[in-house]
Design a protein around this ligand. Structure first.
Ligand SMILES: [Zn+2]
Length: 106
């Protein structure tokens, strides 16, 4: 999965946390057979919840590209792509990295 956070590549130690882009921390989680870097367990949990929700709503088995814009306070506007299909959504997490708001945009 190719991940972009606020316009920059993310998901490994050099590029930053797959959810928030932070380069500190040291937490890895395997998602869809890929080892992704996160700054903390909270971001990893949020990311997993987001992927699960997108797959559930779209019926996709995998996400090829994921672009994330925003942060915890503003919420995040994201675009997920699977082959030529595109799914745009807005989401906001609560304090426990559970999804508090999820809206499909287009
Ligand atoms: Zn993070």
């Amino acid at each position: 999965m190719k991940i972009e956070v606020n316009g920059n590549r993310a998901g490994d130690k050099d590029s930053g946390c797959a959810l928030c882009g932070a380069t500190w921390g040291n937490y890895y989680e395997e998602i869809d057979g890929e080892k992704l870097f996160f700054c903390c367990e909270m971001c990893a949990t949020g990311f997993k919840n987001m992927i699960k929700e997108v797959k559930y709503r779209t019926g996709w088995k995998a996400i090829d590209n994921l672009s994330i814009e925003g942060n915890y306070y503003r919420g995040r506007t994201c675009v997920a792509e699977n082959e030529e299909k595109r799914y745009k959504f807005y989401l906001k997490f609560d304090d426990n990295a559970k999804i508090a708001t999820f809206e499909q945009i287009e």
